[in-house]
Write a protein that binds this ligand. Structure first.
Ligand code: 1CP
Length: 343
């Protein structure tokens, strides 16, 4: 299927573009009343993720309603630990919760080994196939997974946390166990992302949401090492590594074998450009809180961001996911400003 709008993919590869492509992390979700309407018909978040027809429907909503240049498959990074034998629940207003956690060899040994990823995550692959068909070539489709370190955090902690201190504790008390778990997550993630490409994903993103809680040396050993293994196995695909908060590691991120780096709003576009030269596309990085501002503020801050680009290798996005109480009208102001900007 020929894509009608392939700006996003051209920007990934550093090919000529006539304007900057734009999409938002977490665009498929709670900001849209149309999403909440679908969600309210179901028992909860998991049913939505696990029912391919519904997942496809909410994936396409932001393409119809917000006019973004890419769709991201509606799923969650936590489907991977579940496929490995650690089921999760999504508790309303609280977030994810795992009954079992991995903090010892005995617990690690309870995980399922040699799993058939395509079988266990068939519902995501089916959602990708349906979405791809229903998008009918309008915009590219993004597949994703959590980076091993972030998935490790949830498997050890069993829930969200501000410090993930149980996870960081394990790096000191049992680094061998930590590496074993990270390796297993890495192997499953490589298979999973490869199957997403086969099912119809045009590009991939790795979310390392908790990268910033590790020091530089530890991120090299427990984070980047595994990300490098993943991107080396997928070097054919347009792929974004989004290591939130990993400012001290930007130089190392610049050496990864991926097309694109995602930046959060604390990272400087121009300093990162100096590090990467023209070898990478940069994605980001408007502060999500700008979207609480007036239309004038949103336009001004967005243009300031666009003016800071010294290269055409850019994909415009927020510096993290859009907050759930943002008015979709404000998102439209952001998107329109990017689309009207002449490069
Ligand atoms: O009630 C609801 O609808 C639940 C809210 C929700 C949504 C809409 C969760 C629970 N996950 C999602 C979807 C989701 N998650 C997407 C969909 C596609 C899109 O971007 O539009 C994506 C890409 C994710 C990825 C994800 N899940 C990340 C990485 C990105 C990030 O924001 O840093 C993380 C850390 C998660 C875990 C997760 N899932 C949900 C919550 C509340 C959390 C965070 C919990 C915590 O604070 O630790």
């Amino acid at each position: 299927m020929e894509l009608k709008n392939d700006l996003f993919l051209r920007a990934h590869r550093g090919e000529p573009i006539e304007r900057y492509p734009v999409w938002l992390m977490r665009q498929a979700g709670r900001i849209l009343p149309e999403y909440r309407a679908v969600r309210s018909k179901l028992s909860g978040f998991k049913e939505l993720v696990e029912t391919p027809e519904y997942a496809a429907e909410v994936t396409i909503q932001p393409v119809d309603l917000l006019d973004v240049d890419a769709a991201i498959i509606f799923s969650d990074i936590l489907v991977v630990p579940e496929a490995m034998g650690l089921p999760y629940e999504m508790i309303e207003h609280k977030g994810p919760w795992f009954e079992k956690t991995i903090r010892s060899e005995e617990q690690l040994n309870l995980l399922d080994q040699n799993i058939n990823v395509e079988e266990r995550l068939a519902y995501v692959l089916e959602a990708l196939k349906i979405t791809k068909r229903e998008l009918n070539g309008r915009v590219p489709l993004i597949g994703f997974a959590g980076a091993p370190w972030t998935i490790f955090c949830y498997m050890v902690e069993g829930r969200g946390s501000k410090t993930f201190s149980e996870s960081r504790k394990l790096l000191y008390t049992n680094p061998v166990l930590a590496h074993e778990l990270l390796s297993r997550i890495t192997d499953v993630t490589i298979q999973y992302l490869k199957s997403q490409l086969v099912a119809g994903a045009d590009a991939l993103q790795l979310f390392d949401s908790w990268a910033g809680i590790l020091g530089k040396e530890q991120y090299t050993e427990f984070g980047l090492k595994y990300i490098a293994k993943i991107v080396d196995s997928l070097s054919e695909a347009p792929l974004t590594v989004f290591s939130k908060g990993a400012i001290a590691s930007l130089q190392d991120l610049a050496h990864l074998n991926c097309t694109t780096l995602g930046l959060d709003w604390n990272m400087s576009i121009s300093e990162t450009r100096q590090l990467v030269g023209e070898s990478k596309t940069l994605q980001g990085n408007l502060d999500p809180c700008v979207l609480y501002g007036s239309d004038v503020v949103i336009e001004k801050e967005t243009i300031k961001l666009l003016n800071s680009f010294e290269s055409r290798r850019h994909i415009v996005n927020l510096g993290h996911g859009v907050y759930p109480d943002i008015d979709p009208k404000k998102v439209k102001v952001f998107i329109k400003t990017v689309k009207n900007y002449e490069i």
